[in-house]
Design a binder for this molecule. Structure first.
Ligand code: UT7
Length: 333
């Protein structure tokens, strides 16, 4: 028996306010038809004033603990691009609000790959014997960094959070995180960026430019890089695990764009119906995207005990990551 991190519980949460494509088309030069056909998105959830990333993370974390029937965790990791403040990290406050004051807690910043990075950090902490139970959360209030005038980003992103609780177990049991592949290419940093608000801007001096507060993305270049890197990383992790691609029951790819998910499936040689998708209802929720898809897949029965699951994501940095796991037997409610 080999020690491994095992998924003990999963939880997801989206804020109640729904924004439809038609809502966006009222103030942007776009249409329901364009958004649906180019991205696969019909609606997204958006936080109301006063709600932020930490609030969403706490709720998803609480649900994951509840799903696991667990009374706590001894490490909390929050993957986010939209922390509540530049300093300190969001994770300690989330841990505190979950009644976990005192445990180590830190944030991971890898944009849309953040959950895969956090999952690896959490799983490694378990296998190294550093932690027995790790709460890994991906949470975003992405709407707070979008330029409302920018139709190329405003129509894509949404808010939400997803979480998994990892516990110590063995590689042989259902729910085991088997292998993870991670990578980055910093020469692509400008493809996905918020230019302002950091040390670079402050050290330059002068008056910050208001437009630099917003998230910017070179969608076309990101599209191609995302497909290439997710397919490559998926192949790497499948080989490490010793799975043939046809043995994969479910593909849970970052919910960036239905066309990207299908292109990754096609490059891998996987039937598109094996892809778990919730993008139509939640849009691209960045670091929350993969765990939220896991929570929704558990709730609607798309993910079932014993499934061989492949996770993959690509995000700003550029960063990417993939993981193999078997799906645990968890209550769907
Ligand atoms: O989460 C991190 C990873 N993110 C992603 O993976 C996102 C990757 N990129 C994408 O998903 C796609 O590139 C987009 C959805 C962002 C854009 O789709 P596209 O098929 O690559 O469109 P495009 O940028 O080539 O634009 C096609 C046309 C352009 O008009 P012209 O130049 O052909 O006249 C755009 O100006 O569509 C126009 N356009 C829009 N039209 C209506 C761009 N955005 C919109 C819009 N509504 N919202």
């Amino acid at each position: 028996m080999t020690r491994a991190a095992v998924i003990a519980g999963v939880g997801g949460h989206v804020p109640p306010r729904i924004v439809t494509n038609d809502d966006l088309a009222r103030h942007l030069d776009t249409s329901d038809q364009w958004i649906r056909t180019r991205t696969g998105i019909a609606t997204r959830h958006v936080v109301d004033p006063g709600t932020s990333t930490g609030d969403l993370a706490v709720e998803a974390g609480r649900r994951a603990l509840e799903n696991a029937g667990a009374d706590g965790a001894d490490l909390v990791i929050v993957a986010t691009t939209t922390p509540d403040r530049p300093c300190p990290a969001t994770a300690p406050a989330v841990a505190d609000r979950l009644g976990l004051t005192g445990v180590p807690a830190f944030d991971v910043a890898a944009v849309c790959s953040g959950f895969l990075y956090a999952l690896q950090a959490g799983a490694a902490a378990v296998t190294a014997g550093f932690a027995g139970r790790v709460l890994v959360i991906g949470a975003e209030s992405f709407s707070t960094i979008l330029d409302p005038e920018d139709r190329t980003t405003s129509v894509i992103f949404g808010d939400g959070a997803g979480a998994v609780l990892l516990r110590a177990g063995t590689r042989e049991e259902p729910g085991a995180v088997l292998d993870v592949d991670l990578g980055s290419d910093g020469s692509l940093a400008d493809l996905i960026t918020v230019r302002g608000g950091g040390a670079e801007e402050r050290s330059r001096g002068g008056t910050p430019r208001p437009e630099d507060r917003y998230f910017r993305m070179d969608g076309k270049s990101v599209f191609f890089a995302a497909v290439r890197r997710m397919a490559q990383s998926s192949r790497t992790v499948l080989e490490r695990t010793g799975w043939q691609v046809e043995q994969v029951d479910r593909l849970v790819a970052h919910q960036a764009n239905t066309r990207i998910i299908h292109a990754v499936a096609e490059q891998l040689g996987l039937p598109p119906e094996r892809a778990v998708t919730n993008i139509e209802h939640v849009g691209n929720t960045s670091a929350a995207s993969v765990p939220l898809a896991l929570a929704d897949g558990l709730a609607d029965g798309t993910l079932r005990a014993g499934h061989r699951v492949l996770l993959t994501a690509f995000g700003g940095g550029a960063t990417w990551g993939s993981a193999t796991l078997t799906w645990p037997d968890l209550p769907a409610g």
